[in-house]
Ligand binder design. Structure first.
Ligand SMILES: Nc1ncnc2c1ncn2[C@@H]1O[C@H](COP(=O)(O)OP(=O)(O)OP(=O)(O)O)[C@@H](O)[C@H]1O
Length: 593
């Protein structure tokens, strides 16, 4: 089980190449957009030449009519080109972003849990929405400028130089200073924009936690606390947004002044050149028209540069996710020997980051046997289950987990998980119908099989009492069902999956006696004739287990049956006295013993 980079979009490590890989399939629209941008630029410059001719041929009516017709044609070409710039940019940017978001969503489902632990889901959603929006806006609204502005600039400059090089050089002499000043002033913009996005991600994470845990928020009266956290995050978003706008506004006034200076120089020096006879009035008219096409690209260059920076920041946040290695799912399927030992842990040591959680764990789970994990909270029980599911990777030399005799390193993880059924305490239901929720155990299950699984999980009766029966939608995370009902649906899903190995984290949350008995019976049904690794919280499960492993600080400190362990009078006995003795007395009392 090796986590690898295996994505066609990750061949290029540069953020530019990465974005390009999403745009590439729509290159025809990119080409149309670039072509239309160049056409608009050519039409704009050509218009200047025609204006000059008009001034020079005022006495030749025929020529004037011809020029007017060409101007009309150029206006029409300009109109359609502008239409195609907008249309093609919208087309390729929207499609590229759809692909990028789809790719990211699919990629996120494949990254290992260790990667998911590093990010908050709210932050990931923020990247998928807000950062992707920044990228799309750039492609849609500013991409064409990367082609239009240089072409129009070079065309206008060449024409102006050919008319009177002294006048143009004199007029634009101040522009390098203007570019340097506004460029330097725009630099902090990208820092503010990046901070804004970070704070937005954090605020979204808080909003998501608050809404998904709204019951707890209300029960503990945390509304104000959570609101204040969100408000503080949004305050930071606002603060950085205002700082960016302040900078932008501060840039605007000197920018306008600096970029207006060439016009002043042009009027003064151009007037002088006319007086000395070096320049005709017609040339002065075309000069004033074309000068705009020199000033505009230069004045927009720093703004465009800042936008490119901001967009590349957003693209980097998106690319960072897509560059995360994914789980190994392309290994060939392993043929399983049904006689092989289903699960073996051989000297497994594991640490999350640097903290050692499991220390040289070894045990075997034979076919159709039940091994129970018991131990204090934090002793590493859930981690054993997570490792067996391949959620985390064991470092080389830190032991080996074998499933049906094959090391997890050689398993295709999707195939591995098809042999495992996980019923965790934290029952995950999706906001779809009950039938669909159960069918996620086996997607091709028939209606009868779904109902049979629900019956075995003691869920059928309560489902039939719901207004829409199996078609009842369960709300977000099963919010319309009780704890016990949710657990029974999760058990029905596991029964339907019918995987040879069952991983069970017994529910600890207190259910009422009736519901508890129904869940317990359902669990017994799912455990029957299966190989089970169970994090046991009930004495009855522990007593029935073929082997009990007692964990303490990541080590198996005792093992044996419940009665062997009690006879030892060690860690298990102390645990039993602390956790289960009262339960046993309760049972005995109920049985009248
Ligand atoms: N994703 C994670 N990243 C870092 N540390 C973790 C992670 N998950 C668990 N831990 C830590 O690993 C230790 C063992 O956790 P684990 O969930 O395996 O314990 P447990 O025995 O199942 O506890 P409980 O009975 O309370 O569920 C704990 O100290 C916990 O804080």
């Amino acid at each position: 089980m090796i986590f690898t980079k295996q994505d066609s979009h990750t061949r290029s490590n540069s953020v530019f190449g990465w974005v390009l890989s999403f745009v590439k399939p729509y290159r025809i629209w990119v080409f149309i957009c670039i072509l239309a941008s160049v056409l608009v630029a050519v039409a704009d410059i050509w218009m200047g030449v025609l204006i000059q001719s008009m001034v020079e041929y005022t006495s030749d009516f025929d020529k004037l009519v011809r020029i007017a017709l060409i101007i009309l044609c150029l206006t029409i070409v300009g109109f359609f080109s502008k239409y195609f710039i907008t249309y093609s940019a919208a087309r390729f940017s929207a499609r590229a972003m759809r692909d990028l978001k789809n790719k990211m969503a699919a990629h996120l489902e494949q990254v290992p849990m260790s990667t998911m632990d590093k990010y908050h889901s709210g932050d990931l959603v923020s990247r998928l929405t807000s950062d992707a929006q920044i990228l799309q806006s750039f492609l849609q609204q500013h991409f064409y400028q990367l082609f239009y502005l240089p072409v129009v600039f070079v065309g206008a400059l060449a024409l102006l130089l050919s008319i009177n090089w002294k006048l143009i050089l004199f007029s634009v002499a101040i522009l390098p200073v203007a570019i340097a000043v506004t460029g330097a002033m725009s630099r902090p913009l990208q820092t503010y924009a990046a901070r804004m996005q970070d704070h937005l991600g954090q605020a979204n994470a808080i909003a998501q936690d608050t809404l998904s845990g709204i019951h707890m928020v209300k029960a503990f009266r945390l509304e104000d606390v959570m609101y204040r956290k969100y408000e503080a995050g949004m305050q930071q978003v606002l603060k950085n947004g205002i700082l960016a706008e302040k900078k932008r506004a501060f840039m605007t006034a000197p920018g306008i002044l600096l970029f207006s200076a060439p016009i002043l120089f042009f009027v003064a020096y151009g007037g002088y050149l006319i007086q000395t006879g070096e320049l005709t009035l017609g040339s002065l008219v075309i000069f004033s028209y074309l000068l705009h096409f020199i000033i505009e690209p230069l004045s927009l260059a720093p703004v465009l540069f800042a936008q490119v920076q901001e967009t590349s920041g957003a693209a980097k946040r998106l690319q960072e996710i897509c560059l995360q290695p994914v789980e190994q799912n392309d290994l060939p399927a392993i043929s399983v020997d049904p006689k092989a030992v289903p699960v073996q842990f051989e000297n497994v040591t594991f640490a999350y980051d640097q903290t050692k959680i499991l220390d040289a764990i070894s045990f075997a789970l034979p076919k159709n046997k039940t091994v129970a994990l018991v131990g204090a909270s934090g002793s590493g029980k859930s981690t054993i289950l997570k490792l067996l599911c391949g959620f985390y990777q064991i470092e080389p030399g830190e032991g080996c987990i074998k499933v049906f005799g094959h090391s997890l390193d050689h398993w295709n993880l999707a195939a591995l998980r098809s042999h495992l059924s996980l019923v965790s305490q934290d029952t995950t239901l999706f906001p779809v119908s009950i039938a669909e929720n159960i069918s996620y155990g086996r997607l091709d299950a028939t209606r009868d099989e779904i109902i049979a699984a629900a019956k075995a999980a003691n869920a059928h009766d309560f489902i039939m009492e719901l207004p829409e029966g199996y078609e009842t939608r369960v709300g977000e995370r099963g919010s319309r069902l009780s704890g016990g009902q949710k657990q029974r649906i999760a058990i029905a899903r596991a029964i339907l999956k019918d995987a040879p190995i069952l991983l069970l984290d017994e529910p600890t949350s207190a259910l009422d006696t009736e519901s508890e008995a129904l869940v317990q019976e359902a669990l017994e049904n799912v455990m029957r004739d299966r190989t089970v690794l169970v994090i046991a919280h009930r004495l009855s499960t522990i007593k029935d287990a073929d082997e009990v492993l007692v964990l303490e600080q990541g080590q198996i400190v005792e093992r044996g049956t419940h009665f062997d362990l009690l006879a030892k009078g060690g860690v298990y006995t102390r645990l039993y006295q602390k956790q289960f003795a009262t339960e046993e007395q309760g049972v005995l009392a109920a049985e009248g013993v």
